[in-house]
Design a protein around this ligand. Structure first.
Ligand SMILES: Cc1cc2nc3c(=O)[nH]c(=O)nc-3n(C[C@H](O)[C@H](O)[C@H](O)COP(=O)(O)O)c2cc1C
Length: 250
């Protein structure tokens, strides 16, 4: 069974936030398309995620020294075929709770630890600022080795008159988002716009294949079966076929 995890960046009472309502709507539409997908809503604010202290222990050992709930979240994310971020906009960007989470797993970037998975994002704002967060989420998850299939930006304070005017368009965009996400779980999904991932893969491979690269990143690049491939696409497909066989649990 394919698994989607919806990571929520909300910080209000869970269930009452605008972004949570959007996530539930998308979850329902996805289930209408395919009742067999397992979809879990995970609110990051329900976990204790301390701030990264920059100790760089993860670079050396692949493990974070902070004792909080991050290990549970890492398992949830690594267990998913598709990771969807649904978040409100705070001051033109993602809220701190989501940024904290991304900072804490950022040592997964140089080993592209989410290879083989697809991602999508929805950002919800009163009126503005979604574009920065959308671009950031897309690029960041590509650096983790995923293929980002869709970004969706929603404004909640659109006047009712305009909502009515754009209802059909909104419905079409929602359908398109749901279609892209569900297609990304199949073998037919188009593998395109992968320049960012190819560049990251080649750059990391060159650096961490050097014999002197003996830290966690160097060791992972020299031993992970998926990372022995010579192109991002081959590595992605190798990892996708093996599904839950992770590059690093760290
Ligand atoms: C601290 C804070 C900062 C915000 N900054 C912005 C902003 O920069 N641009 C905007 O359009 N809306 C902003 N908003 C409004 C929220 O993005 C908007 O109400 C959104 O629907 C909230 O989603 P939520 O209910 O899931 O938290 C902000 C709200 C808060 C609480």
């Amino acid at each position: 069974m394919n698994k989607i995890v919806i990571l929520l960046g909300e910080n209000r009472t869970p269930g009452q936030s605008d972004s949570h309502k959007v996530a539930v709507l998308i979850k329902d539409r996805l289930h209408k398309k395919d009742a067999d997908i397992q979809i879990d809503l995970v609110s990051l604010s329900g976990f204790r995620i301390d701030m990264c202290t920059g100790c760089e222990s993860c670079r050396r050992t692949g493990e974070c020294t902070i004792q909080d709930d991050l290990a549970d979240l890492k398992k949830i994310v690594l267990d998913a075929d598709h990771i969807m971020i649904v978040s409100p906009i705070y001051a033109d960007h993602i809220p701190g709770v989501l940024k904290n989470f991304i900072d804490r797993i950022s040592y997964w970037m140089p080993i592209m630890n989410l290879l083989g998975r697809t991602t999508s994002s929805i950002v919800v704002a009163s009126s503005a600022g979604q574009i920065y967060a959308s671009g950031y989420l897309e690029r960041t998850f590509q650096r983790f080795g995923t293929i980002h299939v869709r970004s969706f930006e929603i404004s909640v304070d659109t006047p009712p008159m305009l909502l009515e005017k754009h209802a059909a368009e909104m419905d079409m965009l929602t359908d398109d988002f749901v279609d892209k996400v569900s297609l990304s779980l199949t073998h037919d999904f188009p593998l395109e716009d992968l320049d960012e991932q190819f560049l990251s893969f080649n750059r990391y491979k060159e650096i961490y294949a050097l014999p002197e690269a003996q830290d966690f990143f160097g060791n992972t690049w020299k031993t992970s079966p998926a990372l022995q491939h010579n192109s991002f696409l081959d590595a992605f497909q190798c990892q996708r076929m093996k599904k839950m066989d992770v590059i690093s649990k760290g």
